[in-house]
Design a protein around this ligand. Sequence first.
Ligand code: PLP
Length: 471
Amino acid sequence: MRYISTRGGMPAKKFSEILLSGLSPDGGLAIPESYPQISAAELETWRDLGYQSLAFEILSRFIDDISANDLRAIIARTYTAEIFGSQEITPLKTLEPGLHILGLSNGPTLAFKDIAMQLLGNLFEYTLEKTGDKLNILGATSGDTGSSAEYAMRGKHGIRVFMLSPHGKMSRFQTAQMFSLQDDNIFNIAVRGVFDDCQDIVKAVSNDHKFKISHQIGTVNSINWARIVAQIVYYFKGYFAATQSNKEQVSFAVPSGNFGNICAGHVACMMGLPIKHLVLATNENDVLDEFFSSGVYRPRSTAETKHTSSPSMDISKASNFERFVFDLVDRDASQVVALWQNVEQGNAFDLSSTPHFAKVKDFGFISGSSNHAARIKTIRETYQRYNVLIDTHTADGLKVGLACREPNVPMVCMETAQAAKFAESITEAIGHEPARPAGFENLEDLPQRFVVKDAQAKLIKDYIEEQCKST
Ligand SMILES: *Cc1c(COP(=O)(O)O)cnc(C)c1O
């Protein structure tokens, strides 16, 4: 298996060579030269596999430059009942016959990003140990991604994490989740400013190539290919759990932001998993729903991006979308280059009058959007009808999934976070706060470890340099 760029300007590379970034030098995203094809006979033997064995079968098709034994060991220490709450890792909950919730948020930070990030932590540590290199991960977060990255990288050899967050602007729960980590290799930096200031600093430091190279600066952003690969596994797992035989088809409803989760569903479909529909759900930030219903992709400016009660889906451009469009235009990189020239100038592109747009249907994609009122209503009704409490993001997926349900096709809705993280909206929906999962009861009372800095790239660089010298 080798990887090329969606913009055609990268010589084919091995998995380990694209692992640490995902963005190729020509500005495109790494993508497999072709998707592995799973035969009906193979799919039959996969039906009864446990999560770890299934993960090995799938990951080994994409990662052929790590030995089978080592890959098995990495998977075995990643997907454990201890880290994900059960041996099933992604348990399927049935609301009623033909309607299910796939539990993706039982990891350490109670959000689905843990599934990929925990694997990434172990893959990074493994490759760095081989080469003897070090990695300083620099990131900006307004909540979920940062804590997921910190919980995945804590205690890992050769890796430090420097995570910028807007001082005093995250929820108390999110702040406590990150700042209570006491590991020596985790550095929480509260920046006097807003999230955009944090992101600007990350950009400024990354654009200082001399500093970047000499301090081994890297990132763990959502375009990392290994994160997509890790997410393919639970589409297979969810399919097997919701069906009796491989003759059946299943639809998946996916609350979407950066198009990472549903991109993994697309790859699973291309590999031969019998998926009827991939139902893409957005919140009020509906740039992706707009594309799938009209053929026009019109990324928004930061100013146009709304703050919603499903905040992890508040995106203005979907960073993984380019991978899907690459397949849509029959893998013609020159077309991707032309389309993204528009995007990078802040403009839209329109595929509606091209033959490519018809392929959206062939790929099984349909879409819809949700909003605050629909989200609250869905949470309330799901609680009343099934006695199941879902979070605001999952509610967006379920709302759109229900609207797209067909007779005799099971609908599997992805649960991307736990209700406990969004107490305010849950209280609005059901009249009381959600219960805290075990181990999180006194989170806000734990001692916190962080520094506060002014929003200047120079100060952050100095701090990174100091820590690299002393730890
Ligand atoms: C990140 C996130 C999403 C969006 O997933 P994408 O892969 O960016 O489409 C949805 N829900 C939650 C809770 C998330 O953290």
